[in-house]
Design a protein around this ligand. Structure first.
Ligand code: PRP
Length: 206
């Protein structure tokens, strides 16, 4: 399933993010805010268990999350999506996956993965602003499935139709949550109209 957010705040913030005049500080704020809004939508079906809580006035029946959540940012650009989400779910574990896209082949190259042998979380939220060819997302979900993650969701900001097709073909069980689906990829694998390079624009390295 692909979920393209319909939320007005998401659309507003995405437009600011796309603007080539948006500076890194503002760009980072927007990535953080968009990640929180998209995560809110992506986590609507998380399982909860019923618990009782004592209020100053008596006993209320409440809920607590019953699944252990893992946030899995794909380095580098996914890093900016972590902190806002983490504040909302402070009990989540964060597992970094380092991949970069070879500029010639556009294939992902793995350079960091410290997952322990046994899975420690039930639900993984893969975080990466850009789903371009889909190679990085497919490789990350491959890694998480081999690790033993039971349920995986992809949360991104922009997707190209090519990336959605690749991820759905390789992993049809992984729902995709994004702020928008753009027109296409250009000949160097950038999303058009897109927002440029999400890593460089966050870290000021462009
Ligand atoms: C970009 C982006 C994604 C990936 C998407 O990362 O942040 O991780 O490319 O492309 P794909 O869907 O075709 O795999 P990049 O390789 O530029 O690394 P960086 O985030 O470290 O800058």
């Amino acid at each position: 399933m692909v979920y393209e957010s319909k939320h007005p705040l998401v659309k507003h913030k995405l437009t600011l993010l796309r603007n080539k005049n948006t500076k890194p500080k503002k760009f980072r704020e927007l990535i953080r805010e968009l990640a929180m809004l998209l995560c809110y939508e992506a986590t609507a079906d998380l399982a909860v268990r019923e618990i009782e809580v004592e209020t100053p006035m008596g006993t209320a029946v409440g809920s607590e999350l019953s699944e252990k959540i893992g946030l899995v940012p794909i380095l580098r650009a996914g890093l900016g999506m972590v902190n806002g989400i983490w504040e909302m779910m402070p009990g989540a574990e964060v597992w970094h996956i380092g991949l970069y896209r070879d500029e010639k082949t556009l294939k992902p190259v793995s350079y960091y993965n410290k997952l322990p042998t046994a899975p420690t979380v039930q639900v993984c939220l893969v975080l990466d602003p850009m789903l371009a060819t889909g190679g990085s997302a497919v490789a990350t979900v491959d890694i998480l499935k081999n690790w033993g993650a039971e349920r995986i969701k992809f949360v991104g900001i922009l997707a190209a139709p090519e990336g959605i097709e690749a991820l759905q073909k390789a992993h049809p069980d992984v729902p995709i949550h994004v702020a928008a689906i753009d027109s296409h990829l250009n000949d160097i694998g950038f999303i058009v109209p897109g927002l440029g390079d999400a890593g460089d624009r966050q870290f000021g390295t462009g």
